[in-house]
Write a protein that binds this ligand. Structure first.
Ligand SMILES: [Mn+2]
Length: 340
């Protein structure tokens, strides 16, 4: 019996592929600015910092600027002190690398325009705004793409880089729950573990990191959960009152939306977060083929089939019925193609 080697395809050194063109652009420049979307998640943090360490290994000068700080439990990951929190940039750089954004506005950072821009993203609906756009919707995380790019640049997979790649994949797949997971995902993870990543320790750091306040917040939000559509749809609500009562912040809501999906019957979750400015941030999660991205794109938002979101103008009572009706339709459509 022959054992086939588990290889992932590495881009070849031709100018045919976006990866090769990005490599060429990076090798030809020295000063870089890396950014990603506002309210960063594990994939945006991991993708940016893996890229930071890789570019520095090539002797480049690199700045990382984000509009918002990362959630607290990411703060002891390597390189976190290198992320500058700012809503404007003036840095004189030769190239801007934008991770995980379908358009430049998603960064919420002003002053990014007018630079040579490399855009690396896996979100459907990417607008191709960079001079060089590499868009791959089949990637389970932007970190998968960054891994491929880093290897194509010829940078060795250090433990620091591997840690950020694994962080990106672990979080963006919802701890290996979402669709888009392929043999490539596990091949990349295999290499990161070989480079020194400890999956059990990573899972503990990322998922067992709640404060007592967050546990209270989870209790308070789940206590107010509404079940609709015969128990197939859950609606969650968040406002400043709940945050104040539990001594938590907006960042503490990360991951909370996934909890209702642990109930067997629930097929989709809609989380309405009410901001002080009257805007409502609507996040959605779903199982299998229930496509919440199609709902989000109807409201000018985006994301993936199983994880998407958008911002709506209040008041809540006015917009809520229609949003929930559209998610119910998505559940009905998705449930027809259920795997065994
Ligand atoms: Mn992502």
């Amino acid at each position: 019996m022959t054992v086939r080697p588990t290889m992932i395809s590495t881009p070849t050194a031709t100018t045919e592929t976006p990866v090769a063109r990005i490599c060429e652009a990076i090798h030809a420049r020295r000063r870089f600015l890396i950014t990603s979307h506002a309210r960063p998640d594990g994939d945006s943090i991991g993708s940016q910092l893996a890229m930071l360490f890789a570019l520095e290994a090539l002797g480049k000068e690199v700045h990382v600027v984000n509009a918002d700080p990362a959630p607290e439990h990411y703060m002891d990951f390597p390189g976190m002190d290198r992320i500058e929190i700012s809503r404007t940039v003036h840095s004189d750089v030769e190239a801007l690398i934008v991770m995980e954004c379908s358009d430049l506005a998603r960064t919420n950072v002003q002053g990014l325009g007018g630079r040579f821009t490399i855009n690396i993203d896996h979100h459907a609906g990417n607008t191709g705004f960079g001079e060089l756009t590499w868009f791959d919707e089949s990637a389970a995380a932007c970190g998968e793409m960054v891994f491929t790019l880093i290897r194509a640049l010829g940078v060795p997979l250090t433990k620091e880089i591997a840690t950020h790649i694994y962080l990106a994949i672990l979080t963006d797949t919802g701890s290996f729950h979402h669709s888009h997971i392929t043999p490539r995902t596990f091949e990349i993870c295999r290499q990161t573990v070989e480079a020194g990543v400890n999956p059990a320790a990573m899972a503990r750091r990322v998922f067992d990191s709640n404060s007592f306040g967050k546990l209270k917040l989870i209790g308070a939000v789940l206590d107010e959960m509404e079940l609709l559509d015969g128990g197939r749809l859950a609606a969650l609500y968040l406002n400043d009152e709940i945050l104040n009562a539990t001594g938590t912040t907006y960042n503490d809501t990360e991951g909370l939306i996934n909890l209702p999906l642990t109930a067997r019957e629930i097929q989709a979750v809609v989380f309405f977060k009410l901001g002080a400015d009257g805007d409502i941030r609507v996040s959605m999660r779903s199982k299998y083929d229930v496509d919440v991205r199609s709902v989000a794109s109807g409201y000018g938002g985006g994301g993936h089939k199983n994880a998407a979101g958008f911002t709506a103008k209040g008041p809540l009572d006015k917009v809520k019925p229609e949003i929930l009706a559209r998610v119910k339709d998505a559940i009905e459509a998705g449930i027809q193609t259920r795997p065994g």
